[in-house]
Design a protein around this ligand. Structure first.
Ligand code: PNS
Length: 169
């Protein structure tokens, strides 16, 4: 039987954006399965959403019959997690040149830790080049419209989080 090709797509996903979703779809053209894995660090957590909330939002997005995407969270090293779940590839998205240095450094560190685990970079679609979870949160907190940047379920959750603190709401 042919071996299932599985990739891990790690990140903070605080929250998941249309850019992340685009990348998952691209990954599924190459791999049979993708685990969208939220990295957690209890000692260094300044996330807006709890891990449970972030998992729920990702699951809502990919919740359709026969879906090949799983949402999960992990603590500790990414390379150990990837080994545990049987993934041989880590997927990371590259938007602009500015992402490169940080991504290159992480990929090299991970390679040093587990030489057999490959990091594969996928280019985000042109329409998503400028999206980041960080900016999405800032825009919502200041009353801006991010409806074209995140899926509807995430938009709703963002508005709930910032209710009362938004200039016009
Ligand atoms: O979306 P982000 O926040 O840029 O993702 C960074 C992430 C989660 C991929 C990175 O911080 C990570 O891999 N964390 C898990 C802990 C780990 O393995 N650290 C060493 C990385 S070289």
């Amino acid at each position: 039987m042919a071996q299932t090709k599985m990739a891990v797509y790690p990140g903070s996903f605080d929250p998941i954006t249309n850019g992340h979703i685009d990348l998952v779809k691209r990954t599924l053209q190459v791999f049979d399965r993708v685990i969208v894995a939220i990295a957690t660090n209890p000692n260094k957590d300044n996330s807006l959403f709890t891990v449970k909330e972030r998992l729920e939002m990702i699951r809502e997005v990919f919740n359709r019959p026969g879906n090949r995407v799983r949402a999960d969270s992990f603590e500790g090293l990414l390379v150990d997690y990837a080994e545990r779940v049987g993934a041989s590839v880590i997927i990371r998205g590259l938007r602009a040149v500015s992402d490169f240095e940080y991504e290159f450094q992480m990929a090299m560190m991970n390679r040093g830790l587990k030489p057999k685990l490959e990091t594969l970079f996928m280019m985000t679609g042109e329409s998503y080049f400028y999206i980041s979870s960080h900016l999405v949160k800032e825009i919502v907190s200041l009353g801006g419209d991010v409806s074209s940047l995140v899926p509807n379920n995430v938009l709703k959750k963002l508005k709930e989080k910032f209710k009362g603190s938004m200039p016009n709401g």
